[in-house]
Design a binder for this molecule. Structure first.
Ligand code: HEM
Length: 414
């Protein structure tokens, strides 16, 4: 077991699902920032932060995270907001995802971990991707105060993100891809709409989805409290979990952001931990282990953005309309610095995996707490990876299966 083996395995999630992108990222990384046609790739730390904090960004452009969020849920939803509207939405979210909010949510995912890791005690392997899906689905449902099946929610959020990403693959536009993306978004919105949440609406959970397509997915997102940016901006936002439940638009966007990053990040971090035999640090330095594993796996390895006005990235001019590929993975040295829990990267570097500036990830505290708890719960079994299959269709580099097999039994009950 070694860091090299861990790195080799982790590379598979890129090579199997995004080989061309990975090759392009690797081929251009010696320059802090480089231009290919109308695309600027930002590799260095300063290029990455310039792209997020100094260049005015078009938050609704096609092919960007904001554009995707808008298309998923009708617009006006954090990723694609700016100024006062954005600050208002963030205030509401800060309450639910601050220290108290995370403490309130913690029993939800520790319950999933207790239940789903139990087979390890008998020497039975588990699939950590399934555990991550249930854990993130249950947490998102609790955050939004929705009564939905966690696995169904996770599956719908993963399908919506994957279909959205496929729709933006380079090449000619495929109407079938667009239709698939619209249907996946409509399914997720229907699952999260107040009618499906109460189960009492006419036609049950299918009602808002009938006759689907983009317009329907949008109508599911608007007019329901938080789906409307004005109500999100008034401060009552998602801080009030009831109004969160009534806004399927923002609910869908939050579910996609929370679930896809967790299902991608948690199994990759655990696989690295197992391959490099870092389990003892889950007991001696859990926060540093989490921070280093998040840094080296960088679950959102690149952030696609579009410049709204001229600016500079690491001294290189950027023009209005330029496409920016901000490479998180390189900004945090994931490609050449192994994780060292005894000598972790400075917090201001490690935190860049969650972005920077006014749009930096509001779920970072929650994500760190979940990963720390998962690694701490797994550590007593010193599990090894006995089977792993990369997910070729997912929006983020991920495992579709990650089987962990215990090598020891804890000496005392965990
Ligand atoms: C390991 C897990 C996670 C990673 C790596 C991650 C990463 C990111 C990144 C890179 C951004 C864009 C930041 C920027 O543009 O500067 C972002 C935004 C966001 N994330 Fe996360 N995230 C994670 C988990 C979560 C969770 C658990 C939630 C919710 C519970 C969440 C909710 C959001 C939201 C709502 C935004 C949009 C914020 C805005 O535009 O103002 N994320 N995340």
């Amino acid at each position: 077991m070694s860091q090299a083996r861990a790195r080799r395995r982790d590379r598979q999630v890129y090579l199997r699902s995004h080989p061309i992108l990975f090759a392009l990222m690797a081929a251009t990384r010696r320059w802090p920032a480089t231009r290919i046609g109308m695309t600027v790739l930002a590799h260095s730390r300063s290029a990455f932060t310039d792209g997020l904090t100094r260049v005015p960004l078009d938050r609704t452009a096609e092919g960007t995270t904001g554009g995707a969020a808008g298309r998923l849920a009708g617009g006006g939803l954090l990723f694609d907001q700016e100024g006062d509207d954005h600050r208002g939405s963030r205030r509401g979210l800060a309450e639910s995802l601050g220290a108290d909010g995370v403490d309130r949510l913690r029993p939800v995912w520790t319950d999933v971990l207790d239940r789903r890791l139990k087979p390890l005690a008998d020497g039975t392997p588990i699939d950590l991707v399934e555990v991550a899906a249930e854990l993130s689905g249950a947490t998102a449902a609790a955050l939004l105060d929705l009564n939905v099946d966690p696995l169904e929610l996770a599956s719908a959020a993963r399908a919506a993100a994957a279909a959205g990403a496929r729709e933006h693959l380079p090449g000619l536009p495929f109407p079938s891809r667009r239709r698939a993306a619209e249907q996946a978004a409509a399914h997720l919105n229907a699952l999260l709409s107040p009618i499906s949440a109460s189960g009492s609406g006419p036609g049950g959970s299918q009602a808002p989805a009938t006759g689907t397509g983009a317009n329907d997915s949008r109508s599911a997102a608007t007019g329901y409290g938080l789906g409307d940016s004005r109500s999100a901006a008034d401060g009552s936002g998602v801080g009030d979990s009831r109004s969160a439940a009534s806004g399927s638009g923002l609910a869908a966007m939050l579910a996609v952001a929370a679930i896809n990053t967790t299902v991608a990040g948690l199994p990759r971090a655990a696989a690295w931990c197992a391959d490099a035999d870092l389990w003892e640090y889950a007991e001696t330095a859990p926060e540093a282990l989490t921070s280093e594993l998040l840094r080296v796996t960088a679950p959102t390895p690149l952030l696609p953005r579009v410049a709204a006005a001229p600016g500079t990235i690491a001294g290189r001019p950027v023009h209005q309309g330029d496409r920016l590929i901000l490479i998180t993975r390189h900004a945090v040295d994931a490609h050449h610095r192994d994780p060292f829990p005894t000598h972790p990267a400075p917090p201001q570097v490690a935190q860049l995996v969650f972005g920077a500036g006014p749009h930096a990830c509001p779920g970072a505290r929650l994500a760190r707490a979940q990963l720390t708890d998962a690694l701490t719960a797994l550590a007593p079994y010193r599990p090894q990876v006995t089977r792993a299959r990369a997910d070729r269709r997912s929006a983020l580099p991920s495992w579709s299966t990650l089987i962990l097999t215990p090598t020891t039994k804890p000496t005392r009950p965990t």
